[in-house]
Design a protein around this ligand. Sequence first.
Ligand code: XIL
Length: 298
Amino acid sequence: ASTLGASAAEKGRYFGAAVGTYKFNDNTYMTVLNREFNSLVAENEMKWDATEPQRGVFNYSAGDRIVSHARSRGMSVRGHALLWHAQQPGWAQGLSGGDLRNAAINHVTQVATHFRGQIHSWDVVNEAFADGGSGGRRDSNLQRTGNDWIEAAFRAARAADPGAKLCYNDYNTDGINAKSTGIYNMVRDFRSRGVPIDCVGFQSHLGTSIPGDYQANLQRFADLGVDVQITELDVTQGGNQANIYGTVTRACLAVSRCTGITVWGVRDCDSWRGGDNALLFDCAGNKKAAYTAVLDAL
Ligand code: XIL
């Protein structure tokens, strides 16, 4: 097929992009988005600060707009993200202990209930593991409510939207390392104890190289009985950008439980990574060599 979404669909996968509603009136942006992708994720609009700006006061207008655009075009939607240490509303940043735990679980329940039936996969918990060699949890207000906060979040999400795949999502997990192994051990524990987890997201914010065991790392998670997804792919532009994009795409296709790839934006100028020119389309919406590498790999 001649587009990313249609080619991925032929392989039983989706190919998605992160979007911002503030770009929805940009014709070049919408032309590329509607032509190429068959899955969307909100770059910011479904995060805690956006959806619950005041405690118990929910605002779904921007998130609903993304869902409605996706549905009108037959695209699926990834939900991002129910709980995260970053982009929390100020009121939540000021909470701790049981009060924070209750607020967090209520947030999961309310948001997952609102979007019930419309989300293919939810990032229930984002970035809860520490960088470096510890393999342990990241310190955060949520972590300080007790180590079981992650499983409590997954159970609440399952109860609220039984049809959504529930994912754990993180970065610097692009090969077999202490951080990815810490997550691997958590997923294995959750599966053995019946904690409802269905998928693991690998953000894949990549620089100028990719670990040689990228595919093997995806496969070891898949072998635990969960789906894997590439959830926020972007790659520093340099000599290797197209090759790295191609390598990621081939790795996903080689892992039968790798169900889809999402790039973290449409054009280079839409990217949170600014000068890295990390995406598949240039600022004018033209296809880059990286685009061709992905399409050829699909
Ligand atoms: C980023 C967005 O792209 C920015 O617009 C925002 O200012 C900060 O967050 N990991 C994640 C994403 O899970 O939510 C982040 O998105 C990028 C890193």
